[in-house]
Every structure is written in C-alpha cells, then in structure tokens.
Ligand binder design. Structure first.
Ligand code: MN
Length: 748
C-alpha cells in the first residue's frame, strides 16, 4: 500500500475494466443481483482506498474487485459480493461498520467486520494441534460462514499476486495458507479452492520441488495430452454406444497432490504413476455404476484402488466412485465417476448449496437435498428454506459452539469452554500462573477477573510472587473443571490452618441446622467412626477438607448426625441389656447363695465350693478357704488342724483365701462330733434318746471302746454353730460323758 510508484514494468491493472468484467460475469451467471447496489459498493471501496496501491503498483481497489470476482466464481450471494468489494475498508480506510451498515445494511457490515477480525489474527507456525485450534478459532470467529468464504477469496487473490511480496512475506503467508486456509477449504468441501491454494503455497514453500514437478509435467505434456485425448475418445465412443449421456473431462493432477504423494510414499516422479485423472459425469447414480462396469470392462483395474464414496460419502460430503485402471499403453490413470450434483458439491463444497439454490436454472432445492446437506445443517444455527437471502443471513457456524479460542501473548491458541474467564486462561497455562494471578489484560486493556473471553482475544495475565493466591469466589467464576480443581488443590495445600477453622465453622453451622453441637458429636465412637468412613486420618484433616471444598459441610454434618443417632440407639440397647443382665445376675446370685452352701469366696465368682471332711465347718464357725488343685475351694474351720499345720507350708502360699458365710443360710450342714464317756451299758441308748429329743438329724452313729473308755462318733446335720452347740451341751449332760467335742480341731 501507499507506494510512490510501481517498481516493475508490467501493465498496471485498471479497476474499472475489472469491474466491468465482474458485472459481465454476474450477468452471465444467471444469478439475479442488484447490479446498482454492487456498483455502489465498488464506488465506495474505490473512493475509500483512493491513493492506496498494491505491491505491483495497481490501485488497491483492484484487489477488492478480484476478491469479489472469486466470490462470484464460488457462487456467493449478492451481500457476499458487496461485502467482498468492501472487505478491506474497515481495516485500511476511515470507513466504519456504521458507514457500511447505513448504505448496505447490517448483514454486509457484519460480514466486513468479521473478515476484518480474521485479518487481524496474527499467527506463527505451530505444531499440528495448535494449527487445528487455529482453524477452529477462525471458523468460530467467523460466525457467518460467508466471512470465511470471502476470507478464502481474499487469500486466493493475495496468493495469486504473491510474486510482488518480499521472500519473507511469501513464506509466512504461504505457510499460513497451507496450514490454515487450504484445510478450511477442504473441510468446507471446496476442492477447487483448496487445490489452488495448495499449489500457490507450494510454489513459495518449496520452489525447487514445485519446479521439478511442473518441469516434469511440461516435458511429458505432449505425451500426456495425446494419451488423454485417446483415452477420452475411447470412453466417449463406448459410452455413446451404451447410450449413456456422459460428459468426460480429463486433467493433470494438481501439483501439490503429486508432491505430497512423492513425499508420503518416498517416490521420485517416475514412481508417481497416475498423473492423469478422468472425470465422467452423468445424470443418475445408477449410471455411475453402469459407467464403472464399462470402464472396468475396457481397462484392467488396479486391485485395491476402487473406492465407493457414493454409498459412503466423505465427511465433507464429497461423493464419487474412484477407480484406477491401466490403459492400453500401460499407463495407469484414475477415473472419477459422479453425477452433476455430486460434481458441483465436490467443486464448490458448501457454496454449491447456495449456488444451486439461487442458480438461474431450476433454482429450487430438490427433494433429498436436506439429507445430502445434513452436515451443512449441523453448521447452522437455523436454516430458512424459503428465501436464499435469509438462508445466507442465518448461515452461522456453531460447530464449535461450546468452545472459545483465545491467544496467549506468545501466539499460542488456547482452547477453553465457552464462558471461560481470564482465571480459566491463567490456570490452563499453569497452576502457578493462576495461583499468582493479580490482574488480566485482554487485547491490551485491563479487564475484571469475570470477563467472559471472546474468540480471538489476546489474553495476558499479570502475576506477582506476593499474590495472595486464588480467592474462594473464583470457584464460582471459573468455567473449566481443571481450573476449579487447581484452585481447590491450592486451598488444600496452602491454607490448612485457615481451612481447618473455616471447615469447623461450616460443620458447626450445619450441625446447628440439625439441632446439634460439635460437642455432642465429639465422642470417639461418633467422630472416630465418621473420620474412618470419610477416610480422614484426623479431625483437622476432615475440617481442612471442608474448608477447601474437598467435601461438603453438609456431608460431614449428616454423617456425624447419623452416626450419633446410631450410637445413641446402640447405647440404649446396651443399657437395656446391662440392666436385664444385672437382674438376671441378681436372680442367679440368690440361687448361687444356696448352690455354694452359703459361702462367699472373695474374688471368685461361681467357684466350686466343698466342705472339708476333716473339720466339717458349720455356719458360725470362723472359716478359711483353700484353693485345691482342680476341685475348687475347700472350706475349713480356722481352728482346723490341717489349716494349723499346713498354712505355713511354702507350697501353699497364696492358696489360703478369705471366705465368709453368706448372710442368709438355707442349707443344713453335716458335721461330726465325738463323745467320750465311761463305757457303760445303755450309753448309746441315752445318746440316741437325747438326739431324738432335740430333733437332730443324725446321719451316722458309731461307738467303740478305747482303753476302758467309750468313744461315740456322731455325724449329724445342723443349721449352724448355735444349734450344734445346743446339741453338744445336751450330750455333755448325759451321765458318764466326760467330753463332747468336734472332730478335726487343732486342739485335740
Ligand atoms: Mn484483502
């Protein structure tokens, strides 16, 4: 732009001539367009760009007319042609969106603005993933697909005239075209535009490779052309004989497709065998398959090269039959067979839809088109069928509706969910960037943290080492899960003490809603169990987790509440059981008093008790227990001679234990007494008489004579010592009785 004078000597382009040609092309296309409106756009562009020049010295507006011309070739609508003429005025002249809107309506102004935005995007070459993001971003930014198509027309013309640019610019623009615009054209099914962009780019990216291929093709051109016309004629003749109405075209494959094949398959030119491609275009799908059969009948097919894209269209809706066959001269060539509909779609892609909607001829969308263009529909937010104009206007791209693409200051494209904020951006760069973020700029202007990022924004994050770290509010602002996770992680690590306090408060608050306090649930069985169940080692860990949002206070409080409930329920049932057990024990204890003969053994419960035969104690005697080996406790009188003799034996240490009579004695006790007396007749009778008179329960009674004296031994049952003493006193009073004493005593 703004160059003083042309440095080259070529003929400068005349814009008015070019515009006249454009009008002629539109008229010839049969599309109904308001030519006056288009002329007005041309005039506006011409005066706005007045004085500006292209690198070749031509008036700048020639570029605008050329872009419009390419747009007509693509089959774009009137608004698109108007917008194409004006596509650089916002960027390069004083005119504004409003100026355009006033004269040509908002849709045109919007398209021009969209193209301007794409123009402002700066890219550097990146790895494949970045490139895909960039392509998506451009598509998403465009909103209206016509923006992309005009951008492709613009780029096509710039590439055609790239010869006038510096080598540096040639390379960068070509790379961008190869990596961004050709793939977009491909995605939109625009084969013709794609091929042109690829070949133009290759020319600058690998001039030598490009030259070698074109040189080779040129050298062989006479042969190839002769070959092609022979084959074409053969096919034509045969199809006519078969009464199939077909148009046959042949071409040399485009340079870049040969180039790519050479590199992908590591072949030299000689190895690329199918340089020619034939196209047979017919009216109906059955004819496609008929033609395929005829071709295979005429020429030998190369195995594995047949592809049926009619039954299985490519994602960009391309349809054709492909086969490679070997001609009579042994030269292989490719044949593509398709209907006219398929052909237009292949050539113009998405644009073909409008071309034929508006097209002079039938002009009507045919039955079945909707299925065919299903993928287009996916691109559209809404689709108006009635009016081509509306259809254009509403043609929006929502392919990436849930994504937003923004730039880092270095030019990296960052892909974020729609609604994402500078915080999401910062965390997507690195958690450190997010954690130390203190401010954000978008397109050079300071924005708030909740600013919603737009496609193409250049986002810059200001960080500081002394940043306080993320605010809890950020958790509600961010849109991406990864940012949220990283913020939570920070809180987990960096703010433990604060988290504990905060978490405790939150849990307390939640407990209060349940009518509980923290104290009520602090018991080990409640808190300990809850910690275990929620997998926290300590109370602090759990409160910290609540504090940073790892677990909700509601969950913890509910867990504590439920645990308290179940512990209380259990406690009550344990208490009931204890009480019941105590009652049962009392019952049993009463019975045991009887069962163990009224003996209470200190420290031992329910032990086996037996009364020693040596001293036969009765209630009232002072007694002592001896722990026998395996036979329980034997009860002795304290004045038992065995006790007197054995209580100090070391082996028995610890085995003598304190025992006592129970208060209530229900049993009777067997004991033995001896009666010493003069041996006289009638003595035993007297003894028996006394015992009988006292209702004593005699078990055994025996008498013998020892050295002139009689000894009578009586075994009897008594209730207690008192009764025994009464009996013994009465026996002592019998005539001739010298002594009555208990057996087993130590004083014998
Ligand atoms: Mn331009």
């Amino acid at each position: 732009m703004n160059e003083e004078s042309p440095k080259t000597e070529h003929k400068l382009l005349d814009p008015d001539e070019m515009f006249a040609a454009l009008v002629a092309k539109i008229t010839g296309s049969g599309h109904q367009m308001d030519l006056e409106r288009i002329r007005a756009a041309y005039e506006m562009a011409k005066s706005a760009h007045e004085g500006q020049k292209r690198r070749d010295g031509s008036p700048y507006v020639t570029h605008c007319v050329a872009a419009a011309d390419i747009s007509v070739d693509m089959g774009l609508d009137e608004d698109s042609i108007v917008a194409a003429l004006l596509h650089d005025v916002i960027e390069d002249t004083a005119l504004t969106h409003d100026d355009i809107a006033k004269k040509f309506g908002t849709p045109v102004a919007d398209i021009v603005e969209g193209v301007t935005k794409l123009t402002r995007v700066q890219y550097t070459s990146k790895e494949d993933e970045q490139m895909e993001n960039l392509r998506k971003m451009l598509m998403a930014m465009a909103k209206d697909i016509r923006v992309i198509l005009i951008k492709i027309a613009d780029r096509t013309h710039n590439m055609r005239t790239m010869a006038y640019q510096s080598p540096e610019k040639q390379r960068t623009k070509s790379l961008e075209t190869m990596e961004i615009y050709a793939p977009i054209a491909h995605r939109l099914g625009m084969q013709r535009a794609k091929w042109e962009l690829e070949d133009l780019s290759l020319q600058y990216l690998d001039p030598q490779g490009y030259r070698e291929i074109t040189q080779y093709l040129n050298d062989r051109m006479p042969t190839l052309e002769a070959f092609m016309s022979t084959v074409e004629e053969k096919i034509q003749t045969r199809l006519a004989a078969e009464k199939i109405d077909a148009s046959i075209f042949c071409r040399i494959k485009h340079v870049y497709s040969i180039y790519r094949k050479m590199y992908a398959q590591k072949l030299d030119m000689e190895g690329i065998f199918d340089l020619c491609a034939f196209r047979v275009i017919v009216d109906t799908i059955p004819d496609c398959y008929n033609v395929l059969g005829i071709i295979h009948d005429m020429f030998k097919p190369v195995p594995g090269r047949f592809k049926d894209y009619i039954s299985t269209p490519k994602p960009n809706m391309y349809q054709s039959l492909h086969t490679t066959v070997i001609g009579t001269e042994g030269i292989p060539f490719e044949v593509q067979i398709r209907t006219w509909d398929m052909h237009h779609t292949a050539e113009y892609g998405i644009a073909a839809h409008w071309k034929y909607k508006m097209g002079g001829g039938s002009g009507v969308v045919r039955e079945g088109d909707e299925e065919k263009f299903a993928w287009v529909r996916r691109l559209l937010e809404s689709q108006q069928e009635s009016d081509a104009q509306d259809f254009f206007h509403d043609l929006k791209i929502d392919m990436f509706a849930d994504e937003v693409f923004v730039f880092s200051p270095k030019g990296d494209v960052i892909n974020l969910p729609v609604g994402a904020t500078p915080i999401d951006f910062a965390y997507s760069i690195h958690s450190d960037v997010g954690n130390h973020m203190v401010g954000a700029k978008v397109n050079g202007r300071i924005v708030t943290f909740d600013y919603v990022l737009q496609n193409g924004d250049i986002v810059e994050i200001r960080t500081s080492k002394s940043a306080p770290g993320p605010s809890r509010d950020w958790l509600t602002i961010v849109k991406s899960g990864s940012a949220r996770t990283k913020i939570k992680q920070w809180y987990k690590k960096e703010r433990r003490e604060e988290n504990i306090v905060r978490g405790r408060e939150m849990v307390e608050e939640e407990l209060r809603h349940n009518g509980l306090s923290l104290e009520e649930v602090s018991e080990e069985v409640v808190m300990g169990d809850t910690l275990k169940r929620l997998s926290y080692a300590t109370e602090d860990d759990m409160f910290a987790a609540v504090g940073y949002g790892g677990v909700t206070a509601v969950r913890v409080a509910n867990r504590l509440r439920d645990q308290l409930k179940s512990v209380n329920a259990e406690k009550k049932s344990v208490l009931d059981k204890v009480n019941a057990a105590a009652e049962r024990r009392d019952e049993r204890a009463k019975k045991e008093v009887k069962a163990i003969h009224g003996i209470l053994v200190q420290g031992l419960d329910n032990c086996l008790v037996k009364f020693s035969r040596c001293c036969t104690p009765v209630p009232g005697d002072d007694i002592i227990g001896f722990i026998t080996r395996g036979q329980g406790v034997s009860i002795h009188r304290k004045d038992c001679r065995n006790y007197a003799q054995r209580s100090h034996e070391p082996e028995n240490e610890g085995r003598w234990i304190h025992v006592a009579w129970a208060r209530e004695i229900l049993d009777t006790y067997v004991t033995t007494i001896s009666i010493y007396s003069k041996d006289r007749s009638g003595l035993v009778m007297d003894i028996a008489g006394v015992l009988n008179s006292l209702n004593a329960k005699v078990r055994t009674l025996s008498a013998r004579e020892i050295g002139g004296m009689a000894m009578t031994v009586v075994g009897l049952e008594v209730k207690n010592l008192e009764e025994l003493r009464g009996i013994m006193n009465r026996l002592s009073a019998i005539r001739g009785v010298a002594e009555v004493k208990r057996n087993g005593g130590s004083k014998e």
